[in-house]
Design a protein around this ligand. Structure first.
Ligand code: CP
Ligand code: NVA
Length: 312
């Protein structure tokens, strides 16, 4: 196993090259195989990962906790409300204290800057488990799933993301652009992904042979795509915008009629949790084209690879 990434943080995919992302995914596939075959892979014997949560989680918490266990280490669930951080202890003090006890820190919070500050003061790798701006671990599992379901990550892979230009879209854009895929993002007017990330992803796509196109017409966007991806319209922390957003996002719902305009047999992806009847219909998420639970499983394998490569 390559140890080139030892000691690195994963704050977003911005600082990772396509080659580095690919090496994480390749190890992810090897670890998936080992786990299925019952072969030992306790690369992190005796190591501990602190897992700080300021927002709810099912997949991220479970996949990191179980992943550490399968690697021979342990994950410690730390709710911000139970930490002194929740009573105002500075992030920089939390970072330095935790670094004396654990071998890595995963954090899910609102503000990307908080994760960056934690990383500046921590002396162990810091992993972003979702902020309002990025969800890099999700993108690793997403790319692994596209590879697994559709084949080699290359320019012939056409992916469409429907909906909000949010954290999941941002990380998917960076991941697809760095690996040279063709990605379309179809969003309602006013809900485009952040311009600086679009620009960065476009630059990456130019050098990898991929392409990033922003569109507002969902029917045009899904045409010819073999992967159709969506995420919730209202992310955690934006609950007050829910009703307003529903009006703007209705045409972007991934339903049978829209899916039928994509490539025949296109795979349906969603990072979950899903809001059936909003961004996706029950019929589509339960259809044979849906790979959402394989995608959720790949969170485990991709993150085990990431942990094995980052933690000393
Ligand atoms: N996809 C994802 O991050 O799920 P959780 O919010 O359950 O962790
Ligand atoms: N965009 C969603 C992703 C949840 C995994 C959110 O931030 O709530």
């Amino acid at each position: 196993m390559t140890r080139e990434l030892v000691g690195r943080n994963l704050l977003s995919l911005v600082d990772y090259s396509g080659e580095e992302i690919r090496s994480i995914l390749e190890l992810g596939f090897k670890l998936k195989h080992k786990q299925k075959e019952g072969q030992p892979h306790n690369f992190l014997e005796g190591r501990t990962l602190a897992m700080i949560f300021q927002k709810s989680s099912t997949r991220t918490r479970l996949s990191f906790e179980v992943g550490m266990e399968q690697l021979g280490g342990r994950g410690l669930f730390l709710s911000v409300g139970d930490l002194q951080m929740g009573r105002g202890e500075p992030v920089k003090d939390t970072a330095r204290t935790l670094s004396r006890y654990v071998d890595g820190i995963m954090i899910r919070t609102f503000d990307q800057e908080e994760v960056e500050e934690l990383a500046r003061y921590a002396s162990v790798p810091v992993i972003n488990g979702l902020t309002d701006r990025f969800h890099p671990c999700q993108a690793l599992a997403d790319l692994m799933s596209v590879w697994e379901k559709c084949g080699e990550l290359a320019p012939e892979r056409k992916v469409v993301y429907l909906g909000d230009g949010n954290n999941v879209a941002h990380s998917l854009m960076l991941g697809c652009s760095k690996l040279g895929l063709q990605l379309r993002v179809a969003h309602p007017p006013g809900y485009a992904p952040d311009g600086d990330i679009v620009e960065l992803a476009r630059r990456e796509a130019r050098s990898s042979g991929g392409e990033l196109v922003l569109m507002e017409d969902p029917e045009q966007a899904v045409k010819g795509c073999e992967v159709v991806y969506t995420d919730v319209w209202t992310s955690m922390g934006q609950e007050s915008e829910k009703e307003e957003k529903r009006k703007h996002f209705a045409p972007y719902q991934l339903n049978r009629a829209l899916l039928d305009k994509a490539e025949p047999g296109a795979v349906v992806m969603h990072c979950l949790p899903a809001h059936r009847g909003e961004e996706i219909t029950d019929q589509v998420i339960e259809s044979e084209q849906s790979v959402v639970f394989d995608q959720a499983e790949n969170r485990l394998h991709a993150q085990k690879a990431l942990l094995s490569m980052l933690i000393k």
